[in-house]
Design a protein around this ligand. Structure first.
Ligand code: V47
Length: 378
């Protein structure tokens, strides 16, 4: 019989037993994990699951974020957003031409990047060919590089303004070379809270439907949850359970990324930033509730590098990447750098006691020989 003296919260031993028996945790157990005063106990159980899934490996990647435009028809709606602008006449607005985008992406080739991550606002005017041309242009120039483009909210917007079904939008983007969708736009699914933080935005059901269709078309996607604003612990657990149910149905989520709300320059600037323990708890509970997702990513841009390192022992197996030029969080006051070196990431991972493995977006190992790289054969 294992000793439970490590736990100071008497609810945790039973949860630990269930986790070891690979039994699914309930809504109430999820709430108990969020409420537990025994954060190291919660982290210990999450680390057990993390090691079951990913052993002694912690992943990182070499990626670049390029946001094509921040002009957004929802600019006044998302109270948590500091990124969006009404139109090109508004201070701080930008809109990249196809050539500017492609030129910027070429930088990544010289730096061995394996992934371009690109999102934008819901632009009222750019034609569908703009998006197709960027994707085709990138695939022509660097077919090896993985293109993770457009949140579910953008895909839904394209379907509306270009009068195509979501399936048709995704098919055309996939044919042009789109490889996966990032997890943004999920915010928090609970309707009452969603209505307070982003009234009129694509609903939870709409977000899940886009991912469902993507998965059925063979397009893998990520999932996120924005925390640290008006949401309750019950909202957080309900969100995780909806993702878990979607994954049971369509199976295409690759990784989950909890996103720490940054209040500066937003309509919720009266709120405080999240604390380190809140960040760690969101990683740990996600690892425990999402028993059918292979990876949990700590996004160091939002948590800071130091918390990200500790999160590797609280359930995260991935520290994201070099990133290079992040806008969404930095416009909302992030004090992290906009890029980090591979040496810094691997040092953090090694000090946490894990073996750093460079991955591509879909967690294939990357092998480097001088300036060249390839994916390790499965
Ligand atoms: O959709 C917006 C969130 C998301 C703020 O899939 C904010 O690999 C904090 O989804 N404070 C975009 N968060 C980022 C995102 C993402 C990041 C890294 C990796 C992946 C991936 C996805 O950021 C938005 C929104 O949910 N966000 N404003 C803010 N002030």
């Amino acid at each position: 019989m294992e000793s439970y003296s490590r736990f100071t919260d008497l609810r945790l031993p039973a949860i630990y037993e269930k986790v070891k028996a690979e039994e699914r945790l309930t809504f109430d157990e999820g709430v108990a994990l969020y409420e537990s005063p025994d954060i190291t106990g919660v982290g210990f159980i999450a680390n057990h699951v993390r090691e079951q899934f990913n052993g002694n490996i912690a992943y990182y990647n070499i990626n670049q974020h390029i946001d094509y435009s921040n002009v957004c028809i929802l600019h006044a709606r998302c109270h948590f957003c500091a990124f969006a602008r009404k139109n090109m006449q508004t201070e701080g607005a930008w809109e990249m031409s196809v050539d500017e985008f492609l030129d910027k992406a070429m930088y990544s080739i010289e730096h061995g990047c394996t992934e371009i991550h690109s999102v934008g606002g819901l632009h009222p005017k750019l034609p569908f060919d703009y998006y197709l041309d960027i994707i085709r242009g990138l695939k022509e120039r660097m077919p090896q590089v993985h293109l993770k483009f457009f949140t579910a909210v953008e895909i839904h917007h394209f379907s509306r303004i270009f009068k195509m079904s979501i399936e048709e939008v995704l098919r055309q983007l996939k044919d042009a070379g789109l490889d996966s969708l990032p997890g943004g736009g999920a915010e928090v699914f609970a309707e009452a809270t969603r209505e307070k933080i982003c009234p009129g935005k694509l609903s939870a059901a709409g977000w899940l439907e886009v991912h469902d269709i993507a998965h059925r078309l063979g397009i893998p996607t990520n999932a996120t949850m924005l925390y640290g604003h008006l949401e309750s612990n019950e909202d957080r657990v309900a969100h995780l359970i909806q993702l878990r149910e979607q994954q049971d149905k369509s199976g295409g989520f690759v990784t989950f990324i909890p996103l720490a709300f940054h209040p500066a320059n937003t309509r919720m600037a009266y709120l405080s930033s999240t604390s380190g323990l809140t960040d760690l708890r969101n990683i740990a509970v996600a690892r425990l509730m999402l028993d059918n997702l292979p990876h949990i990513k700590v996004y160091w841009i939002m948590t800071g590098l130091k918390t990200a390192q500790v999160a590797l022992r609280f359930g995260a197996d991935d520290i994201d990447g070099t990133v290079t030029e992040e806008k969404i969080t930095h416009m909302a006051g992030a004090d992290t750098p906009e890029a980090v070196s591979v040496d810094a990431l691997t040092r953090l991972i090694e000090e946490a006691g894990f073996v750093p493995v460079e991955r591509d977006t879909l967690y294939n190992e990357i092998i480097r020989e001088g300036e060249r790289w390839h994916r390790k054969a499965a």
